[in-house]
Write a new protein. Structure first.
Length: 405
């Protein structure tokens, strides 16, 4: 139990939908936490974002002396823009002082905070795929090299937005292939196109059978194309990411186009990793974002999917029992120097499975870990702050105490 004067650190994980703050002791105890609304200044503007920052900070510091906090870290998507904007940084500084904090704080990308929520290894790789997508190499607990994360217009290859856009493009291509004559002599659109049309246009033109198909008696291909385009273009472009689950649903139903999109998205994500991660690297790879996490139990080994020639010399695939073992996900397995759960891919959705298999083929000796959800990102940020203090002589042990499972 920390004393009344022992030093503390604070971490924040700031996202578009929520802001989380956690205060920790240097002995590994969580002493305070706070949750507020979305605090990303890019999404919400500076003043609303700072207001949510204050709410989360005050809640986390309730009952604690803010003078005891020696360091802080804020994890934020678009951290570079905040650091480069004097007015925005000044607003954050003011909020920091307004809640009684007098210590320094650093602002890092949310990818680093996600990485720190999963492992204490100072070097490794983080791949995040949600609405957007980014890959980054971590060196000495700092983001070193970054690939993609360029936003929906110029990048985010393999992201939820990318999948949603490709699903609509495929649907439009199918509609273009229909003849204008009536009755339509060809088959109705496939599973993926039917799901997209039902989502965008409603159920008035789509039946609700097991495999959704168009009611051909009401079907006009060109009119439907115009309605799809109008529906999509009148909404913010990023909302296309909401269609990504339809791709997974269609892939599960066996739709070949949907399965091809999942494979293409996985290849693009792994290509981003390859831009920043050295060949033969054995450091951990952390997967984050709604499309790649969580990694549920049991975790399936890809022994049947990974050719023996793609494995590194001496690498032995784990048995099913080993893959399911809690030891594969224990704090020890997350620490530098511990034997990684070799060849164990994520067991999440279809995209996570394919990404995991591709990563395991390319870097067979690397541990694949999941960025933790909930308050773990803020805890990881507080740990990043703590490891900069001279009193923390064993940051790996502190990480294990804070994020043990």
């Amino acid at each position: 139990m920390p004393g009344a004067a022992d030093p503390l650190t604070i971490g924040l994980d700031v996202g578009g939908s929520s802001t989380r703050a956690v205060v920790i002791s240097l002995t590994g105890e969580r002493l305070g936490s706070g949750v507020a609304g979305g605090g990303n200044p890019v999404s919400h503007g500076i003043e609303p974002a700072v207001a949510q920052l204050r709410v989360a900070l005050r809640a986390a510091l309730a009952g604690l002396d803010p003078e005891r906090v020696r360091a802080g870290v804020i994890g934020l998507a678009g951290a570079g823009r905040l650091n480069a904007d004097p007015a925005a940084r000044a607003a954050y500084d003011h909020a920091w002082r307004d809640v009684g904090l007098r210590c320094r704080y650093d602002v890092h990308g949310d990818a680093l905070v996600g990485y720190a929520s999963a492992t204490a290894a100072p070097d490794g790789t983080i791949l995040v795929a949600g609405t957007g997508a980014i890959a980054a190499q971590v060196h000495q607990a700092r983001l070193d090299r970054v690939a993609d994360g360029h936003g929906w217009l110029l990048g985010d290859a393999g992201s939820g937005f990318w999948l949603g856009r490709e699903a609509v493009r495929h649907t439009l291509a199918e509609l273009d292939a229909f003849p204008a004559s009536r009755p339509v002599p060809h088959r109705p659109p496939g599973v993926l196109a039917g799901l997209v049309l039902r989502e965008l246009l409603g159920s008035d033109r789509v039946t609700t059978d097991e495999a959704p198909s168009l009611d051909l008696r009401q079907f006009d291909p060109r009119q439907t194309v115009r309605r799809v385009i109008h529906t999509v273009t009148r909404r913010p472009p990023v909302e296309l990411a909401r269609l990504a689950p339809l791709v997974f649903q269609a892939a599960h139903a066996g739709d070949p186009t949907a399965r091809a999109l999942v494979s293409s998205a996985a290849a693009l994500l792994v290509e981003s990793v390859a831009r920043v991660r050295p060949e033969g690297a054995v450091t951990p790879i952390v997967l984050g974002g709604g499309l790649l996490t969580p990694l549920p139990d049991p975790v399936a080994a890809p022994a049947a999917n990974v050719p023996a020639r793609d494995r590194s010399a001496g690498a032995t695939p784990p048995t099913d029992a080993a893959a399911r073992s809690p030891a594969a996900r224990s704090p020890a397995a997350r620490s530098p120097g511990a034997a990684p759960p070799t060849d164990v891919p994520p067991g999440g959705g279809p995209l996570a499975r394919v990404v995991g298999q591709l990563l395991a083929r390319r870097w067979p000796a690397a541990a694949l870990l999941a960025a933790e959800a909930g308050s773990a990102g803020a805890i990881g940020a507080a740990w990043l702050a703590a490891r900069t203090l001279p009193e923390v002589t064993d940051p790996v042990a502190l990480h294990g105490r804070l994020l043990q499972h």
